[in-house]
Design a protein around this ligand. Structure first.
Ligand SMILES: Cc1cc2nc3c(=O)[nH]c(=O)nc-3n(C[C@H](O)[C@H](O)[C@H](O)COP(=O)(O)OP(=O)(O)OC[C@H]3O[C@@H](n4cnc5c(N)ncnc54)[C@H](O)[C@@H]3O)c2cc1C
Length: 805
């Protein structure tokens, strides 16, 4: 009885985060109860009380606790923590903590997310998308761009410059369009569904690059000179960071700048002598100005007292003597401009440094802060545009392509792929829009930007793979009719750039997240590093008490939610309530697992990338669920979208569970794993992923025209002309569905023996002659047969190697 009471008391105190004196008082009462139910005069009890009192004094008297517990722990921490380099610190300090902080708290406040305004376009932004973007899409012939021009045609380049596509993010006062992150994302998404090469071309000047950097860090003179020129497309920018020996490890750039005196434009001045060798630079081959990242040295101390001020960014006009613009790389046959460039003893004045003299040595911070916002927008937009196109095209194809007189989309095997395509497209769009909404309200969510970039580019790769499988030979045969083959080629590009995905998943998301978003870790690190030892110790002691309370509370809450299946968690009511509850439950489990993993592995977790990757997946999927729920609530719970909401949430819940399973199986300190298993899955693993009938309903959305199909693929370019590949598929889809009742009549007639089975054309004629179908119906069926045959045709070429039309 006493044991049960004790366990209940421990659990309640932990759950309600009771303060130390309350714990002490409750334990005193429990001890007294235990003593009086036994033999109170036994010396055993004197010993127990002595131990209890000693522990109570040590824990409750701050000065003693600090001296006996916090101080030794502080010195262990100091020795254990790996030194944080300047670039690591700048990466950690970049951007803001947003919803990721709530997910790390273990008890996300859904009201904070749901009360944010729904991201929306302004009338001007809508008009731009319906006008110039639509027109640009109409001009783009991706097949000819890839096979004939190996570039965008001159009239497209001209149109992009003249209509301000390179100045989407530049404010109107500098002649740009001053668009929101959502509008920027919508523009890229629409173009991406039409031509990946064109989308990348528009994306890069608006992404991490000179315009973004100047806006945030440029001097007034730099902004006044460059921004109007960039907005008008008179300058084509590129951003050159990557070098042959510095890719993912960009912080180890070998390219140098040495501060010295020299002559620039005929004048003697203090400047920088640059030497660099860059590769993979998008727009590099056509750029007029290079945003260059290099490591700066100042051996003569002409700028200050530092020998090596560090990574610095400068704008270098390509006409500066000593620069060579190389030829072109060929990124998987997607012909956007990309190539190497290098400079030998290129002298530039200090004014070329972004931010002038104040920007010297600030390059890494600028890059990390730029990435925190930029990564949230461009690649998610590019990937979502691709996924929406696949969803629309593959769904139509799966309905019109028949086998055994059935649309292939009705076979369960195909249905599985279709459900993944539709579910992923929905989820990606939710993540894209919700994240853009956050950026538009001032957030620069560095960890979330890495999550969205990683998941959208990976999903796009999965979606296009599924699409290839469903379309079979149609998707494999390249030609103007092939809608998704080029996307299949392009998928690894998004995966590799702006933080290659393996690194992003296994090091960045959880590695940065745990320090930035955890309620205590960063503050504890700051206390450990405090120059004033007494102040550091006092702060560390306070944080330690709160941190222990937080972890213990998460353990108690996780166990409780595990036992009750999360049913008692307070969550927004409505059809998605169970998903809110499940996400809260798993957020609590995540917060607990993060702490226990850190506690048992310490600084070595940095090298345990497989464990860190699993924790990153849990956090990432929690964010995806949040985005889906936010979007569903914003739209007032449209019933038609419910299957997509359920599919996305259940898919992510299962993936979270799998990541937990992998984590628990591989945690090296086994008692920690057993403890976590008990707290997180006390009654076993509850999530089983989207069921077959849900998958059927989701796949069905792609198989016929409907408002939910339109909503799912909203924002991509939909050509109306039936001689366009997508237009042809759409046209056939409508006609094939219209003819299905006629086909049914003919099938019934064959079954009843009124007409004989034959080819579709023979059957049609027989049905007409026998009066089973009317001439109108025969015409409808004839149109469907023709449209289908035309839509599933693939290209062939007289001589391979000259594949132009
Ligand atoms: C088409 C294209 C366009 C580009 N455009 C530009 C541009 O405009 N400007 C620019 O500066 N750069 C650009 N890049 C460069 C791009 O950012 C780099 O390719 C990227 O940083 C990866 O570098 P890398 O290719 O050298 O691969 P590596 O750095 O060699 O990485 C190879 C693999 O190792 C993984 N990896 C590396 N370190 C770790 C680790 N510690 N733990 C786990 N995995 C790790 C990576 O995730 C990756 O999967 C572009 C690249 C491409 C392909």
């Amino acid at each position: 009885m006493i044991l049960l009471l004790t366990l209940l008391a421990i659990w309640s105190l932990a759950y309600f985060k009771a303060k130390l004196p309350v714990w002490t008082a409750v334990f005193a009462v429990l001890l007294a109860l235990a003593m009086f139910t036994g033999s109170p005069e036994s010396p055993f009890w004197r010993l127990i009380w002595l131990i209890f009192l000693a522990a109570a004094v040590v824990l409750n008297v701050a000065a003693i606790r600090r001296h006996l517990i916090s101080k030794p722990l502080l010195s262990i921490f100091r020795k254990m923590l790996p030194p944080i380099s300047r670039t690591e610190r700048e990466a950690l300090e970049a951007g803001t903590v947003w919803w990721d902080g709530e997910l790390f708290s273990g008890n996300p406040d859904w009201g904070k997310l749901l009360s944010r305004p729904e991201p929306r376009l302004t009338a001007e932004e809508e008009a731009f998308i319906a006008g110039p973007v639509e027109e640009l899409c109409r001009m783009l012939d991706d097949w000819r761009i890839a096979e004939e021009f190996r570039d965008l045609p001159p009239e497209v380049w001209r149109f992009i410059r003249e209509k301000g596509f390179f100045g989407l993010i530049i404010p109107e006062e500098y002649g740009g369009l001053g668009f929101s992150a959502l509008a920027h994302s919508d523009v890229i998404m629409k173009i991406a569904g039409r031509s990946y090469a064109a989308a990348v071309t528009v994306m890069v000047p608006n992404s991490l690059g000179p315009a973004e950097l100047l806006l945030r860090y440029g001097t007034e003179a730099q902004k006044d000179y460059y921004l109007p020129r960039l907005a008008r497309g008179e300058e084509i920018p590129c951003f050159a960071l990557t070098a042959p020996e510095a890719g993912s490890d960009a912080a180890s750039i070998p390219d140098t700048g040495v501060v010295c005196r020299g002559t620039y434009a005929g004048e003697e001045t203090i400047g920088i002598l640059l030497n660099w060798d860059k590769r993979y630079i998008t727009l590099g081959p056509v750029a007029t100005v290079i945003g260059l990242a290099f490591r700066l040295f100042d051996p003569e101390h002409l700028l200050g007292d530092r020998d090596a001020p560090g990574i610095t960014l400068a704008l270098v006009p390509v006409g500066t003597p000593g620069i060579t613009i190389g030829t072109r790389h060929d990124p998987l046959g997607i012909p956007f401009q990309n190539g190497p460039n290098w400079g030998r003893d290129v002298f530039i004045p200090i004014d070329c440094v972004i931010g002038g003299a104040a920007g010297v040595g600030q390059g890494w911070r600028m890059l990390m802060e730029g990435l925190a916002a930029g990564r949230s927008i461009s690649l998610p937009a590019l990937s979502t545009g691709g996924a929406k196109l696949v969803a629309r095209a593959v769904g139509a194809y799966a309905r019109i392509r028949r086998q055994f007189r059935l649309p292939i989309g009705r076979f369960e095997g195909i249905e599985e792929s279709l459900a993944r395509i539709a579910g992923s497209a929905y989820l990606m769009d939710a993540a894209r829009t919700v994240t853009c909404g956050a950026v538009d309200t001032g957030e620069r969510p560095s960890v979330i930007s890495a999550i969205v970039k990683y998941h959208c580019t990976e999903r796009m790769r999965g979606v296009v793979n599924d699409g290839m499988d469903v379309m079979g030979g149609y998707a494999i045969s390249m030609g103007p009719r092939n809608l998704i083959g080029r996307l299949y080629q392009a998928a690894p590009i998004g995966v590799t750039v702006e933080g290659a995905n393996i690194l992003t998943r296994s090091m960045i998301i959880f590695g940065q997240g745990v320090i930035r978003c955890h309620p205590f870790i960063l503050k504890e690190l700051q206390a450990v590093a405090d120059d004033d030892p007494m102040r550091g110790l006092t702060e560390f002691d306070r944080l330690l008490c709160d941190h222990v309370g937080y972890t213990v509370a998460n353990a108690a809450r996780s166990l409780f939610h595990g036992v009750t299946g999360g049913r008692l968690i307070k969550a927004p009511s409505g059809p998605a309530q169970r998903y809110f509850q499940a996400a809260t439950r798993l957020s609590t489990a995540f917060a607990l697992a993060a702490d226990v993993t850190l506690l048992t592995l310490g600084g070595t977790l940095k090298r345990r990338e497989k464990l860190s990757g699993r924790l990153a997946d849990i956090l990432g999927h929690l964010y995806l669920i949040s985005a889906i729920l936010k979007r569903f609530e914003d739209r007032d719970w449209p019933v038609s979208e419910l299957p997509l909401v359920k599919w996305g949430c259940e898919d992510s819940l299962l993936k979270i569970q799998e990541s937990f399973t992998g984590l628990l199986r591989n945690l090296p300190f086994r008692p920690a794993a057993w403890f976590l298993r008990l707290c997180i899955f006390p009654l076993g693993r509850p999530f089983s992923g989207p069921g077959d009938s849900l998958g059927h309903r989701v796949a069905d959305i792609l198989l016929e025209p409907s408002s939910v199909r339109d909503q799912l693929t909203a924002g991509i370019f939909l050509p109306e002309e039936p001689d366009e590949p997508l237009g042809r598929l759409e046209d056939a889809l409508v006609k094939v569905i219209a003819a299905e009742p006629v086909e049914q009549k003919l099938r019934d007639a064959i079954r009843d023996g009124r007409i004989r089975a034959g080819t579709e054309v023979d059957t049609l004629e027989a049905g007409l002659n026998a009066g089973i179908i009317s001439s109108d119906e025969a015409e409808r069926m004839q149109l469907a047969l023709e449209a289908r045959r035309e839509a599933i045709r693939v290209d062939d070429f007289p001589a391979l190697g000259r594949k132009t039309t």
